[in-house]
Design a protein around this ligand. Structure first.
Ligand code: FMN
Ligand code: COI
Length: 377
């Protein structure tokens, strides 16, 4: 069959990487939705630095290694995954596509990847679980109404979630100036599907200079939640606990000592404390402090297969990706999200082959050197 004739002007540009998807998503989405997803807090220093930290490393390839088969499969808290890349928890996937979380969890399942579902999903955690074929963790914001958090824990267990990810960097939501300028509010048809109507109030009526999400977090997130309260969550469930947003050795030690199974080194994608250490820079101290007591993941700024390789070389067991998945979803629903994941997988395999590291156990610190510096190992 002949391809339809297309002039150079009309031929659609192929979308080859997350940046291409971002540009295409920008063209499709309402400005305030695009900005809510793309944006960071304050001067967006950390948003920028999370990404730039990857570019400060160079790769040291080894030659003449049999790379005819490269294997990125691993396990996360005991569950097999086909690749060390999962989907970060993100609120309200239906903002960008009506299929929302169902599309992203199906895309993750097809890729054999982990999905972390947000407390603020626009689809119920049970419906997400019913559509899942890969491992699922539930992200928890600890809410002031403790019985709501307790009920999320029980529902997660019943629905087959395999871990609880407690986000520890958001006792309040940072000022995100794009959202304030745009007067960000949730469109009327989108709601936090895991929560009751009390937790919906105020999300839909906004005004310039205000973000309804920030007001919502101020009313409902429990800013008094501390290390001592972790025992309360522990008492509710035997599911493994993972802390998301740990950036220091001190907190990693403390978490490991309390029996936390996993840590996600994260700046929340540059959306919380602006000027904080970029996640990739914090990774080595967290890995060293956790030792073999916790599995350590990292997120923020992962856009290429070589980024995944760099994070693994610095000791991460896996990375999570956030915005790129939403860009894929915005452009083409489930196939778009799937394409973003499969591109990252293809790039990771290529990077493993071209660095002479066909197994993840070969991806060690000697793979890296800081840009512009001599050998560090
Ligand atoms: C639109 C959006 C919504 C998010 N919602 C949540 C959330 O509900 N819970 C959470 O722990 N992190 C949330 N995050 C942070 C992500 O889990 C992740 O840390 C960050 O996006 C990773 O950076 P990346 O987008 O550069 O890959 C959100 C991020 C974005 C972009
Ligand atoms: C609803 C928000 C608290 C979700 C979030 O974590 C974010 O937008 O970064």
């Amino acid at each position: 069959m002949t391809a339809p004739t297309a002039t150079p002007e009309t031929r659609p540009e192929p979308l080859l990487n997350p940046r291409d998807y971002e540009s295409a998503a920008r063209a499709r989405l309402d400005r305030s939705v695009f900005d809510y997803i793309a944006g960071g807090s304050g001067d967006e220093l950390t948003l920028h630095e999370d990404r730039a930290a990857y570019d400060r490393y160079r790769l040291r390839p080894r030659a003449l290694v049999d790379v005819s088969h490269c294997e990125p499969a691993t396990t996360l808290l005991g569950a097999p995954v086909a690749l060390p890349v999962g989907i970060a928890p993100m609120a309200y996937h239906q903002l960008v596509h009506p299929d929302g979380e169902l599309a992203t969890v199906r895309a993750a399942g097809a890729a054999g990847a982990l999905t972390v579902t947000s407390t603020f999903a626009s689809t119920s955690l049970e419906d997400v679980a019913a559509a899942a074929t890969g491992p699922l963790w539930l992200q928890l914001y600890v809410l002031r109404r403790r019985e709501v958090t307790a009920s999320l824990v029980r529902r997660a267990e019943a629905a087959g979630y395999r871990a609880l990810v407690i986000t520890v960097d958001t006792p309040r939501m940072a000022r995100r100036e794009r959202d304030l300028r745009n007067g960000f509010r949730l469109p009327a048809h989108i709601r936090p599907a895991n929560l009751d109507r009390d937790h919906e109030a105020g999300l839909h009526e906004g005004r310039a200079g205000d973000s309804t999400l920030a007001g919502h977090a101020a009313r409902h997130h429990d800013a008094a939640f501390t290390w001592n309260d972790l025992a309360w969550i522990r008492s509710l469930t035997d599911l493994p606990l993972v802390l998301k947003g740990v950036l220091t050795a001190e907190d990693a030690h403390r978490a490991a000592g309390l029996g936390v199974a996993g840590l996600i080194v994260s700046t929340h994608g540059g959306r919380q404390l602006d000027g904080v250490v970029p996640a990739l820079e914090a990774l080595p101290e967290v890995v060293a402090a956790a030792g073999d007591r916790c599995e350590v993941l990292v997120d923020g700024g992962v856009r290429r297969g070589t980024d995944v390789l760099k994070a693994l070389a610095l000791g991460a067991r896996a990375v999570l990706v956030g915005r790129p998945v939403l860009w894929g979803l915005a452009v083409d629903g489930e196939p778009g999200a799937a394409q973003v994941l499969s591109t990252l997988r293809a790039e990771l395999e290529e990077a493993m082959a071209l660095t002479g590291r066909p197994r993840l156990s070969d991806v060690t610190h000697d793979l890296l050197r800081p840009a512009g510096a001599g050998r560090t190992t």
